[in-house]
Design a protein around this ligand. Sequence first.
Ligand SMILES: Cc1cc2nc3c(=O)[nH]c(=O)nc-3n(C[C@H](O)[C@H](O)[C@H](O)COP(=O)(O)OP(=O)(O)OC[C@H]3O[C@@H](n4cnc5c(N)ncnc54)[C@H](O)[C@@H]3O)c2cc1C
Length: 425
Amino acid sequence: MKPENPDFQIIGGGLIGLSTAYALLKHGASVRVIEARESVALETSFANAGMVHASLCDPWNGPGVGRQMLGSLLGRPSPMTLDLRTLPSTLKWGMEFLKHSTQARHWSATKANYALAHYSMAKISNWRVELNIEDDYTGKGLLKIFRNLQTFETSAALTSKLQALGLQAETLGGKQAAQIEPALAPIAGELIGAIYYPNDYKADAYNFCTALARAILKQGGEIITDMPANTLIREAGKTIGVSTKAGDFLAGTTIIASGARSAALLRLLGIRLPMHPVKGYSLTFPDIEFPDKVGPKLPVVDDGLHCAVTPLHGALRIAGTAEITGFDTSMTTKRLAPLLEMLRDVYPELAEGLTLKDGQAWHGFRPVSADGMPFIGTVQPGLALNTGHGHMGWTMSAGSGVLLADILLGQKPQTDPIPFKMRRL
Ligand SMILES: Cc1cc2nc3c(=O)[nH]c(=O)nc-3n(C[C@H](O)[C@H](O)[C@H](O)COP(=O)(O)OP(=O)(O)OC[C@H]3O[C@@H](n4cnc5c(N)ncnc54)[C@H](O)[C@@H]3O)c2cc1C
């Protein structure tokens, strides 16, 4: 029998909500997941780039981001684009985002993110083994390739600072990169250099989520789908549950893990979460003919093109772009065509003859906090948060779940929780 009012209920069944639920269950707590969609992991955790990468833990608001965003308004190519029509709703978060782009703040967030990402990668591996998860994991590392000397040097400098914290990395020339990933041979001559991160890897986040959901149900947890939480219910200064179309769901503690939509529930309590949706896309090509049936083996991030190409389940997925455009769900050819162009730039031979119609298009909204770090911890009595993981949600998933479970159950956290407190901003 499931308890009517479990110890914890988690609003959102994506990577973060499911990881939190599983971590709490492992401690013997009773849990319920409430998910708005018809099934779990259909939002941002559905078709992301599939990279588990402590190496890319630096927030996107590094020094110079303001110039880049301004450039995007003037039509210059930029990793981040800003839709002017959304400016009124973006302005406050945008100013905070820029405020945190100083060298010192950026490095401090990078260090905190690295610690959580590193911790999380070990937890993901443990869960993969203990639950026998088949998520197309391949532990062959990740390659970041460069076509521009300045960005190569900047990235190499950051990598060497992270190496001092324990990150494994190797700086390579273009030809050496093609030895690690032979599918890059046709463009090896165009590369200024590359950095190889042997401990990063690729795996399918959606498969991981569905396996976690099965484990949660098997171990006595509850998952209710097609059930958007409408408001938080408060009584005597404490959050006691949520209201939904099917009535009220009460629990000892309610945890908001609703990805980019987390701010909405808090707003109703008069609490502002400094977080904003940043839209990205992926295109998955399931039917590529690989020469001699040998395709790319590992994820490749093209720094100049701001995209990642990941082999998953025999298909090739290209993911990228960062648009600040609110919750605009449109997917136009104008937005998707550049991704196919990028695939052609990385793997010209494999992409030959492909059209947009051959790919499965997807978009997701990254939950991006103003300082580039997630929010993990309690907010008020009966209310906690696990959200704001930006471009790192797959990598930080299990670690964030375990960290919040430890905080809520009064266990000693095994990684520093302080940087992720909501009240830091
Ligand atoms: C293009 C792209 C590529 C990416 N690549 C990578 C990568 O390679 N590696 C990496 O580490 N990260 C990557 N990310 C980031 C990662 O996918 C996200 O950080 C992660 O999916 C966020 O998980 P989440 O559980 O917080 O949010 P979601 O997956 O969005 O889950 C939130 C859930 O809450 C539900 N929900 C929302 N509101 C309510 C409500 N009111 N009531 C009930 N349910 C609600 C939603 O339906 C949803 O299922 C990428 C993101 C994008 C967009």
